[in-house]
Design a binder for this molecule. Structure first.
Ligand SMILES: Nc1ncnc2c1ncn2[C@@H]1O[C@H](COP(=O)(O)OP(=O)(O)O)[C@@H](O)[C@H]1O
Ligand SMILES: O=C(O)C(=O)C[C@H](O)[C@H](O)COP(=O)(O)O
Length: 322
């Protein structure tokens, strides 16, 4: 029998699409300043790659738009994408530029580690609207951060292009400001661009200190109100060990309490893990309260591991953490 003719748009191939710069990360294996430490463990990093990894581990069909250099770091990252089951159809090899990397100290005392980037002019900083999916937006959801638009004017254009493409297709958008002041020409350029992208998003996920810098407001409530008034439907403000404050248009607001952790090993990546929890929760139909609680559970797990994505749980590990 012939299938019935249908005029409905085809279902998106992916649950989530994200875009950004993946890097090789060299993590010091002993405490000390970067120049003094000689032994490092190499892992994959990059805020959006961390989020893609976490979503894929939970079983969401996750795609990643990026450019890798035709070099050993690029080959390493390609292997990591394949190992994590991240969709690679939007990953391009750019033989003219190299893959970026970063280094991180080992901070055994729970303080933020020292980080150095080696990413200027990288393959991913040459991403442009030529890398956007052709023929319609292929996912139910777009996850953006404030890092991608910081890389170059072309990546900035791509971030806005993808946001408009997603909106036109009826996909939802989450946005983590992920402030990286050293990647921007000025604070004003950073604030203007990040707030403009936030205004195109459904869900905004600032940390409290980021929110203060971006909005001038000092309380989680006022930061959330600022983004709700700009057009976001939902805002979750991260509060570190305290958890998060959540608020939505015409809906609930409140605090989702953080989970106690016996030993903080490395805080880097907690915000990305938190985004994995909130975004996956909302896509699976949880309330904002439930999604924020899942964000806290994953954030608390990530801080107990040294690598940015070591603590991102599989579905079974997430279920066991309840
Ligand atoms: N020390 C901690 N104990 C428990 N949970 C934590 C801790 N630090 C962070 N988290 C969790 O990770 C989330 C993100 O961490 P936070 O430091 O606020 O964000 P970011 O890394 O973006 O600055 C928090 O909202 C919380 O859920
Ligand atoms: O991509 C970058 O520029 C990075 O610095 C990679 C970092 O691993 C994450 O961005 C961690 O970010 P948080 O989760 O907010 O701690």
């Amino acid at each position: 029998m012939q299938p019935a003719t249908t005029f409905e748009a085809p279902a998106p191939v992916l649950d989530v699409l994200t875009v950004g710069e993946p890097m090789a990360l060299f993590m010091a294996t002993s405490p000390g300043e970067l120049h003094a430490v000689s032994d490092y463990r190499r892992v994959a990093a990059g805020a959006e790659l961390n989020v893609a990894t976490g979503l894929a581990r939970l079983g969401l069909r996750t795609g990643y738009i990026t450019r890798l250099g035709a070099d050993s770091f690029g080959r390493f990252l390609q292997g990591e994408l394949a190992r994590e089951g991240i969709d690679e159809r939007h990953v391009a090899i750019d033989a003219a530029h190299s893959t970026g990397f970063m280094m991180k100290t080992r901070a055994d005392d729970g303080r933020d580690p020292q980080i150095e980037y080696f990413r200027k002019g990288s393959a991913a900083s040459h991403l442009s609207i030529a890398d956007a999916p052709a023929g319609g937006f292929p996912a139910r959801h777009l996850h953006l951060t404030g890092i991608t638009p910081a890389l170059s004017p072309a990546t900035r254009e791509l971030a806005f292009h993808l946001a408009r493409q997603a909106r036109a297709a009826g996909a939802t958008i989450s946005f983590d400001p992920n402030l990286r002041p050293r990647l921007w020409p000025s604070r004003e350029a950073m604030v203007d661009c990040i707030n403009a992208l936030a205004a195109l998003s459904d869900l905004v996920l600032p940390g409290l200190s980021e929110g203060e810098l971006l909005t001038g407001h000092t309380t989680p409530e006022a930061v959330a109100d600022f983004y709700l008034s700009q057009g976001a439907r939902q805002v979750v403000v991260k509060l570190g060990p305290e958890g998060a404050f959540f608020a939505e248009q015409g809906g609930a607001s409140g605090i989702a309490a953080g989970l106690p952790v016996s030993r903080v090993v490395d805080t880097v990546g907690a915000g990305d893990g938190f985004a994995v929890g909130v975004v996956s929760g909302l896509l699976e139909g949880l309330t904002l309260t439930g999604a924020a609680a899942r964000g806290n559970a994953i954030g608390a797990r990530v801080v107990q591991f040294p690598g940015d994505s070591d603590g991102l749980p599989t579905r079974a590990e997430l279920d066991a953490a309840r």
